[in-house]
Write a protein that binds this ligand. Sequence first.
Ligand code: AP5
Length: 221
Amino acid sequence: MTRAGDSTMRAVFLGAPGAGKGTQALRLAESCQLMHLSTGDMLRQNVREGTELGLRAKTFMDAGNLVPDDVIIGMVEARLSDGAGSSSWILDGFPRTLPQAEALDKSLSGKRMGLTHVVFFKVDDDVLVRRLSGRRTCGSCGAIWHVEFKPTAVEGTCDKCGGDLVHRSDDRPEAIGQRQQQYWDLTAPLLDYYRNSDRLVEIDADRPPEQVFESLVKVMN
Ligand code: AP5
């Protein structure tokens, strides 16, 4: 692990859909003033704005498939060289395939940098389905809620900003199974990629969010 001499953090969060990467990344980013770069959020923003990238990505996302590597790698590289490259950040949802992981390593080593943390959020499959089907996301501020595990005071309204809550189109049963399959086929091999280079830290994410966060803070220190 190439932890910088200063306190700079360049972290990757790995885990199956619904493992809690976004929940923990938002909280860590807020408490440590890191930039939270979620490829899922970037893609959904492109879809909302009707960009060419968004139009291309939407079909893949709605079906629960990964968006092609060339689209994603270009999007992340643009973001990292767009001011984020020199600061501390968490990549949430990227990389998700071996070509993406290799492209990230290559791009960082070209800047004489490396990842400082690679964190794997481990949760069993049966828990994940319950988490995804009950998730609701604020359409305005992006806060993540759950009808059962983290309900809002008023159903359908964000406690933080009063925005309307959205049920993601890929959180419907038809897409959830496909997302899990894509995870096992294409993303799980990354665990060995990082394990073999001694960069992987594993957290038991099948615990209440506060306990997961405590473990996360420990591994980030
Ligand atoms: P993305 O948005 O990244 O979705 P994902 O990886 O499938 O991850 P999720 O956002 O579903 O889960 P999460 O782990 O963040 O869990 P969360 O914290 O929300 O990607 C969406 C799509 O975009 C992909 O399918 C793909 O098409 C495309 N895409 C994105 N990146 C790509 C890439 N690199 N390459 C190719 N395509 C890409 O938590 C889930 C729920 O559980 C919430 O309701 C939360 O409140 C609850 N919860 C969280 N933690 C706990 C806990 N400890 N206990 C109880 N409940 C909890």
